[in-house]
Structure formats: structure tokens, C-alpha cells
Ligand binder design. Structure first.
Ligand SMILES: Nc1nc2c(ncn2[C@@H]2O[C@@H]3COP(=O)(O)O[C@H]4[C@@H](O)[C@H](n5cnc6c(=O)[nH]c(N)nc65)O[C@@H]4COP(=O)(O)O[C@H]3[C@H]2O)c(=O)[nH]1
Length: 901
């Protein structure tokens, strides 16, 4: 499941993101469309509004023009009347106050034709009323102090109309229209004034037809109300001041004609006003149109448009919502499809996982088998149908006890799972090991629902492991434990010994002359022999003992857990060793031959905590070495003294390597005399001047030199030093006849390079070889006699002589002796020293002397210590001697001093 979850989560997240993005886009698109539509509709309404306003403006402007023209006509009529009057007065002279009747009648006639003029009067140049069209008008009226009169009196102004003017005498407003009256000479003669009644305007306005909401007003230059249609009523009488600061401002700023929107101070309705001066007269024509009325149609259209927009918006919202819900549905569907796909993929994976190389068994919480896979069937042989409903207990073999199963289920309950190796059984009853994993499955609520067991048949693996184990820890030939396992067991045994304060024994068994048997009878027979021996020893030993083959013919036995003293352990080990030897020596049939073999056994005892494995192995090795050195069919216990000796031996061996480089070798010379007691020669004897141990005897180190191969180098040094001595002595008259005998080890002699090395020495030293005697021992001729003989002959050809040392101790064949180019026989000191005491020795010495004589060889007796011995030897015709009686081995200087004394 986890394999696909990451990718699928990514997909789900991507799909969700995409869905949300789409949703955002749709909402944004809708809002944008709404905005565009609103802006469009707004713009449209605004345009229409503007058009309405502009149309209204045009209309009220036209109406204002008409009103203006009409008002101008009123003033023009008044002006013409006054013009005619003044013209008449100018030609006829103004009558004095006493003759005004004619003028008054003219004035009365004039007013009767001009209804808009309430009264016409003529004032003289002093401002006194001369005549009036109104009968009974007070003759004392004087206007000389008015600004109106003064304008005419002091300027050439011909005509003037006032704004509304309150007539105190008449208690009403007039618009006074004055015209200058000149004398025939052109001087100021007075003023003719007509009183225009403001009501004349309202009466005329009433005649005009107005639209709904339209108003036409006339105000004077001081914004006092003159006339209006529709009539405002009593609350707005003529002369009432109209409060409109905006209009006042515009007038002050000099605007002759303008429009403005304002609330009507008369009826309080919002209007668009057109205001313009009536010509040059102090009057304003104000045409207003009720905006509410004006925009009624526009508002209706706006309402309709808004409704349309709302409908469109709603439709758009519905469409968007629908689209979004479809989108959501698609998304949900897709999600469901994906979830289904995912579930299907998971189911496929689960199914694939179920069909794995592992056997799978599923039970319910009570352990009742619900399902198994094919691998399970393949491993156990049970088909699903055969075991569904059963309990897995049917597979238990009885090889695991109840405690094991208790631990198993404890693990499952505690940790949720358990795994381990367990024995199971197939349908055919065959038992097999399996690796079993049991896991408890819990629901989300934490209730145990199932157990899932996976298993793999590990019988092949176990067999392979067994084989590997066998190969790693057992000897393939005999089936016994190999060295590795033996070491391991030893380690374990030592720990056990330490823990329980017990004893044990370690035995090494070695077959005598196994190599010869192998070489003689062949390797197959050798293998059979080893197998036979292993079998016999195995049968003899207890199960608790470990028998191992360490390699070749080397067997080891580990005996553990002996509850006794070391003496008892020794006895037991010895008894076992002797039994083993007895078993070994029983005849065995090999290659159709019955052969009897022997062996040697080394034993070491193991007790608690004293030594480690290596120590015990070393000890038992020494014991075996000792046993082998002691001859065939021997048992040897490890002896600490033996270990000390061996250690000393090892150290000595190490020191030997340094001896030559450090010039620790020294030659001693022991005289050889003839029957007159004259020194005829010397035997060279090697000494080792050890820095710590002092002078070391050749008996200790010669065998070591031989075993390490160092004998070749050291022997060459001895020969060279002896040759140099010969050369030195040959130059001295009293020493020049002396011979020098040099001991040559058989190993040295047998070396392939022996002749070359010796010749090199001869070459280097130029020694007189006829005075050089090489002492060889009988053992030289045990093997490769011909080779030894050839080498002797080669050297003999150069004048070198040969003496056979230690004669009588070896196994020399007399017949062969005769063929060797010997010059001297040296009777071993063991015979010489017992010659007087032992008849046998005397007989040997005697016969040796006879033999030497018969072979024409010289004879010399070594180890002569007493004169009695010498006289016996002389009596028996031995005329050369060497021994303490004549001188001990000494350094060259001491020897020379003795010779020259
Ligand atoms: N008890 C007693 N001993 C006497 C008497 N006269 C001589 N000897 C000892 O007898 C040994 C004679 O030497 P060997 O038989 O060749 O036996 C020699 C010889 O086999 C070997 N050896 C000594 N030097 C050399 C050498 O340079 N090369 C080789 N290969 N072997 C040597 O070591 C052996 C022992 O040498 P050493 O200890 O020097 O012992 C010498 C010598 O000191 C006597 O009257 N009484």
C-alpha cells in the first residue's frame, strides 16, 4: 500500500488544487462579468441621464428665452409709451404746474391703452410731480432725492428701469420705468415715469402652458419674487426675497445665463433651473423643471435596466452555481473514481502480496482459519477448502513444548507479533522447520480482529546450513570434529571447568609411521585407516567426550567434567589413553592386508582457571613430542620440567642465530698423541661463548644447529678457521707437522653444496690439505652411502684424510666400510673408558683394532683418561690416543704454549 500512496496523494492534492482553482476562476469570471455589466449598465443609465438633463436644459433654455423675450416686450411697450410722451414733451415744452390738465389727460389716455402700466407720471427738472395719470394723485410728490431721479439729473442716461420698488404711498411694489425729458434745447427738463405693476407678469405667465413639474419665475436683480407659474400661493407674495446663495454668487460673478440644480426655495422640489437676465433689465427669468418629474422615465428605464441586470446577474449566478456544482460533482466523481482505482490497486497489491513466496494464513480473533494462500498450500499440502474453519493447532508437531507456545502467544499479545523458528507438519505427516511470523491485527477502535501468520519452509536452508556447519566444523573424511570445533569446545570446556571447579584432560593421539603406511599402501588405504581408527576411538569414548581429527594422523580427545582430584583425573586419563593405544594396536584390514599399527599419546590435565586454550594445546603438544621421542606406543603426560627444557631449547635456538654474527664461536684444540706421547695432531672442538650462559657444550647446541640448518654455516666457519690454523702452523717449524681433525656433521656432509663450500674454503685458505682430517660418523652412511662415498673420494683426491668418529656405536656394515676411502677409525670413548672394566667393551675395542689393521686403517682411541687405559690400548696395538690424559681441549694459544714449552 505504501508503494502507491505517495503518488496517489500527490494526484489527489493536484486534483483538489485544480478543482479549487477552477472554482476560483469561475467565481472571478462571474464577478468580472457582473462588474462589466454593472459598469455598462451604469454608463448607459448615466448617458441617458445626461441626455435627459441635456434635453431638459435645452427645453428650459428655450422656455427661458421665450419668457425673456416676452418680459422684454412688456418693458418695450412701456418704453415706447414713455418715448412717445417724452418726445411730445420735448417739442411742446413742459407745462408749468398750473397748466397740467392737458398733460394729465394725455397721461390718463396713455394708461388706458397700456394695462401693464398702473400709472404714468411726469416730474419736472426739480423732481416734483407735474402730472399723473391717476386722478387725485398728491401734487406734492417729490422724487428729487431718489437715486433713480439723480441718475437722469446728473447723467445723460435716457432710460432706466428699477427692480421692485416698494411704494409707500400705494403700499405695493412697482417696477419703475423712467425716461429723461429734455427741453427743445436739449437740457434736462424732467423725467417721465411709468409704474409697471408686477402682477401683470403673473397674469401673463398664467397664460403660458407648462409641463408637469415645470415652473417659470421672474425675479428682480435683487432676487425678489416678481411672478411665477404655477402660482406659489400666499406664502410667497411679490417682493419676497428668494434665498439662493448659489444664484447670488453666479450673478455676482457676472454669469448672464446659467443652469443649476437646486431645491426650489418656493415649493421645496428639486429642480433643474435655467436662469437668465431679461435683456438689460433688472429682471431674471427663471425656468425650472422638476427633476423628479423629469427623470421619471429615466428612472423607470433605470429600474427596468436594473431589473434586467439583476435578472442577468441572477441568471449568471445560477449558471455559475450550476457550473460550480457540476464541477464539484465532476471533482467528486473523479475523486471517487480515483479512490476506487486506488482501492482496486491496493486490492491488487494486497492480492499480489498475498500470493507471495511466503505462505500466509489468516485467522479470526478466535484462531479460526479464514484464508490461506497458494504458497501455504504448496508448503503444507493442505488446500484452502480443507483447512478453512479449523485451528492452526493442527500443525503442531509436539516437538515444541507447552512453554514454547505460551512464550509465543505472550509475544503476540504483548508486542503484537512474534517470529521464530518452529517445527510444523505437512499433510503427508512430514515434519519440517519453518520460519513463522504471527501478527495480531487490530481495528481502528483497537479491537483484535485477525491474526496473520506468514511462514517459509526453511528445511532446505536448514539442510544447507547443516552442510555448511558440517563442512565448517567437521572433518569430511572421518566425520569427527575438526580443529575449529575442537578449539571451540575447548574454550567452552574451560569455562565450564572454571565455573564448576572441575578437571579435564586433553589427549593428542599420533599414529606411528603413518606416513610410511600412506606411502606404501596408498592414500585410499591411508584414508580407510584413519576412518577405521576414528570409528574405533569414537566407539570407545563416551558421548560427553570430544574426539577430533586435527589433521593428518593427529587425533585429539577432550575429556570434560571430571569430578575428582588431579590424581584421579590423571588415572582416568591414563586409563583412557591406554585403552586408545590398545584399540589402535588391534589388527586392521587394509588393502587386503591385516596390519597392526601403534600410536603415541600426549596428555595434559586441565584444571580450573589456570591456563588458556593455547597453553593447554602447547602442553599437550609437548607431551606428544615427548611420547614420540620416547619411542613407539607410548603415553606421556605433560611435565612442567619438560616445558622448561623445551623453552630453554627454543631460547637457545633463537640465540644460535645471533652467535655467528656476534662472533661467539670459538675453537678449542685437544691434542692427539702417538705411542711415544708425541703430539701429532689435534681435534678441533667447537665452543660457544654465550654472553649470559658462558661456555656452552657442543652436546647442547650441535643438534640444534643441525635441526635449524645452521650447521652448514657454522661448520664452514669451523673448517675455515681450522684451515687458517693449519696455514699458520705450517709456517712454524715445531708445529708444521701437526694434523687437525675437524668434525663434520652428517647433515653438513649430505648438503648439496657441501663440496663447493669446502673447496671454497680450501681456495680461500690454501691450507696444506694432507694435514687436514675430516671426522665423519657412521650415521652418515645410513642413507645415500654412494653420495657420501663420492664426496669423500672427491676430497680425498685433494689430499684430505677421513676418520670415522664414534666407531662402534652405530650400525655400520663392515662390508661397506671397506669400500669407503677412510684413513682412520676412532674408537668411541664409551668403549675406551670401560675397556678395563667391561670385557665386552674390551672385546669391541680389540676387534676394532684388528679390523682397522685388516683394512689398513689407522686407529685412535678417544677419551683416554688413565695410563692404565693407555697401556691396555698399547698392549693391543693401538698406537694413537686422545683424551684428558694427554690434554683437555684448550684454546689455540694455550695449545701452542704447551707445544712450544
Ligand atoms: N669424558 C671425557 N671426554 C673426553 C676426553 N677426551 C675428549 N673428550 C671429549 O670427547 C669429545 C670428543 O669429541 P667427539 O667424539 O667428536 O664429539 C663431539 C663432536 O661430535 C661434537 N663436536 C664438537 N665440535 C664439533 C664441531 O666443530 N663440529 C661438529 N659437527 N661436531 C662437533 O660435539 C661432541 C662433543 O664435544 P666435546 O664436548 O668437546 O667433547 C669432546 C671432548 O672434549 C676424556 O678423556 N674424557
Amino acid at each position: 500500500m505504501s508503494v502507491i500512496s505517495i503518488d496517489e496523494n500527490d494526484d489527489v492534492l493536484k486534483a483538489t488544487d485544480s478543482y479549487r482553482q477552477q472554482r476560483r476562476n469561475v467565481v472571478a469570471l462571474y464577478l468580472l462579468a457582473l462588474l462589466v455589466m454593472t459598469v455598462l449598465f451604469g454608463w448607459l443609465l448615466h448617458e441617458q441621464y445626461q441626455q435627459e438633463i441635456e434635453a431638459a436644459e435645452s427645453r428650459i433654455t428655450a422656455r427661458a428665452n421665450v419668457v425673456t423675450e416676452w418680459a422684454k416686450g412688456v418693458f418695450a411697450q412701456s418704453g415706447q409709451a414713455l418715448f412717445g410722451l417724452t418726445e411730445i414733451l420735448a417739442t411742446q415744452e413742459i407745462p408749468d404746474s398750473d397748466n397740467t390738465q392737458l398733460l394729465q389727460r394725455s397721461l390718463e389716455n396713455l394708461t388706458s391703452y397700456l394695462p401693464m402700466i398702473d400709472e404714468v407720471g411726469v416730474f419736472d427738472s426739480e423732481g416734483r410731480l407735474l402730472a399723473s395719470s391717476r386722478a387725485g394723485r398728491d401734487a406734492d410728490i417729490d422724487i428729487s432725492e431718489t437715486r433713480f431721479f439723480k441718475v437722469f439729473q446728473h447723467s445723460q442716461q435716457r432710460e432706466l428701469i428699477t427692480p421692485l420698488y416698494w411704494s409707500k404711498s400705494d403700499q405695493r411694489y412697482y417696477l419703475y420705468h423712467g425716461r429723461r425729458v429734455d427741453t427743445p434745447t436739449g437740457d434736462f427738463a424732467g423725467v417721465a415715469v411709468s409704474n409697471i405693476v408686477p402682477e401683470v407678469f403673473s397674469e401673463s405667465l398664467e397664460q403660458m402652458s407648462v409641463f408637469d413639474g415645470e415652473s417659470i419665475s421672474l425675479v428682480d436683480s435683487g432676487l425678489k419674487f416678481i411672478a411665477r407659474y404655477p402660482i406659489p400661493g400666499d406664502q410667497f407674495p411679490v417682493g419676497k426675497q428668494i434665498e439662493s446663495s448659489e444664484t447670488a454668487q453666479r450673478l455676482v460673478s457676472g454669469d448672464a445665463t446659467f443652469s443649476l440644480s437646486a431645491k426650489s426655495p418656493i415649493d421645496g422640489r428639486e429642480r433643474l433651473f435655467r436662469i437668465q437676465w431679461v435683456g438689460e433689465y433688472p429682471m431674471l427669468a427663471v425656468v425650472g423643471i422638476d427633476l423628479h418629474e423629469l427623470l421619471k422615465a429615466w428612472r423607470q428605464r433605470a429600474l427596468i435596466l436594473s431589473l434586467v441586470m439583476l435578472v442577468i446577474a441572477l441568471l449568471g449566478a445560477w449558471g455559475a452555481r450550476h457550473y460550480l456544482s457540476r464541477l464539484a460533482l465532476t471533482y467528486q466523481l473523479r475523486q471517487r473514481i480515483e479512490e476506487r482505482e486506488q482501492a482496486r490497486a491496493e486490492a491488487q497489491i494486497a492480492a499480489a502480496a498475498f500470493q507471495t513466496h511466503l505462505g500466509i494464513l489468516i485467522t479470526d480473533a478466535r484462531g479460526c482459519i479464514l484464508k490461506v494462500n497458494e504458497t501455504f498450500t504448496r508448503i503444507t499440502g493442505y488446500s484452502e477448502a480443507e483447512i478453512v474453519g479449523k485451528n492452526p493447532r493442527m500443525f503442531s508437531t509436539g516437538l515444541q513444548n507447552a512453554a514454547f507456545y505460551r512464550r509465543l502467544w505472550k509475544g503476540v499479545i504483548k508486542a503484537g507479533n512474534w517470529e521464530g523458528e518452529i517445527w510444523s507438519q505437512r499433510k503427508n505427516g512430514e515434519l519440517f522447520p519453518e520460519w513463522l511470523t504471527i501478527s495480531a491485527v487490530y481495528s481502528v477502535e483497537g479491537t483484535l480482529t485477525h491474526y496473520v501468520a506468514t511462514m517459509s519452509d526453511i528445511s532446505e536452508r536448514k539442510a544447507a546450513e547443516q552442510e555448511i556447519h558440517q563442512l565448517a566444523f567437521y572433518d569430511p573424511l572421518t566425520g569427527l570434529a575438526n580443529r575449529r570445533l575442537f578449539m571451540d569446545r575447548m574454550g567452552t570446556a574451560l569455562k565450564e571447568l572454571h565455573r564448576h571447579q572441575r578437571c579435564g584432560a586433553l589427549l593428542f593421539v599420533d599414529i606411528d609411521n603413518f606416513k610410511q603406511i600412506n606411502d606404501t599402501l596408498g592414500h585410499y588405504a591411508g584414508d580407510q585407516l584413519l576412518q577405521g581408527i576414528a570409528r574405533r576411538m569414537g566407539q570407545m569414548l563416551r558421548d560427553t567426550d570430544t574426539l577430533a581429527r586435527l589433521g593428518g594422523d593427529e587425533f585429539a580427545v577432550l575429556i570434560e567434567g571430571i569430578d575428582g582430584s588431579s590424581a584421579q583425573t590423571t588415572q582416568l586419563a591414563e586409563r583412557i589413553a591406554n585403552k586408545l593405544l590398545a584399540i589402535l594396536s588391534e589388527p586392521i584390514e587394509l588393502a587386503e592386508e591385516s596390519i597392526t599399527i601403534t600410536g603415541c599419546i600426549g596428555i595434559t590435565l586441565m584444571s580450573s582457571g589456570e591456563h588458556n586454550v593455547d597453553d593447554y594445546l602447547q602442553q599437550v603438544d609437548m607431551a606428544l613430542f615427548q611420547a614420540k621421542n620416547s619411542g613407539r606406543h607410548t603415553v606421556c603426560f605433560f611435565d612442567p620440567a619438560m616445558q622448561a627444557a623445551l623453552l630453554a631449547h627454543v631460547r637457545l635456538e633463537a640465540d644460535l642465530h645471533l652467535a655467528l654474527a656476534n662472533q661467539q664461536w670459538q675453537l678449542y684444540y685437544q691434542p692427539q698423541v702417538n705411542h711415544h706421547g708425541t703430539i701429532t695432531g689435534v681435534e678441533v672442538l667447537l665452543r660457544w661463548q654465550h654472553p649470559e650462559r658462558g661456555l656452552v657444550s657442543p652436546g647442547e647446541f650441535i643438534p640444534l644447529l643441525e635441526s635449524t640448518g645452521l650447521i652448514n654455516d657454522v661448520g664452514e666457519w669451523v673448517l675455515e678457521d681450522a684451515c687458517k690454523q693449519l696455514v699458520r702452523w705450517s709456517e712454524h717449524p715445531r708445529l708444521c707437522e701437526l694434523t687437525i681433525s675437524v668434525n663434520i656433521s652428517p647433515l653438513q656432509f649430505r648438503d648439496d653444496h657441501f663440496l663447493r663450500r669446502v673447496n671454497d674454503v680450501f681456495e680461500r685458505t690454501r691450507a696444506p690439505l694432507h694435514r687436514l682430517k675430516l671426522e665423519v660418523t657412521e650415521s652418515l652412511f645410513l642413507e645415500a652411502r654412494d653420495d657420501a662415498r663420492d664426496k669423500m673420494l672427491a676430497l680425498k683426491a685433494q689430499g684430505v684424510r677421513f676418520s670415522l668418529d664414534d666407531f662402534g656405536t652405530g650400525y655400520s656394515s663392515l662390508a661397506y666400510l671397506a669400500q669407503l676411502p677412510l684413513d682412520q677409525l676412532k674408537i668411541d670413548q664409551s668403549f675406551v673408558q670401560q675397556v678395563l672394566e667391561s670385557e665386552a667393551n674390551a672385546a669391541i675395542v680389540e676387534s676394532t683394532i684388528v679390523l682397522a689393521e685388516s683394512l689398513s686403517l689407522e686407529v685412535i682411541a678417544e677419551g683416554v683418561e688413565t695410563e692404565a687405559q693407555q697401556s691396555w690400548l698399547l698392549d693391543h696395538d693401538c698406537q694413537a690416543y686422545q683424551g684428558y690424559l694427554f690434554g683437555r681441549p684448550v684454546e689455540a694459544k694455550a695449545f701452542e704454549a704447551m707445544m712450544l714449552a
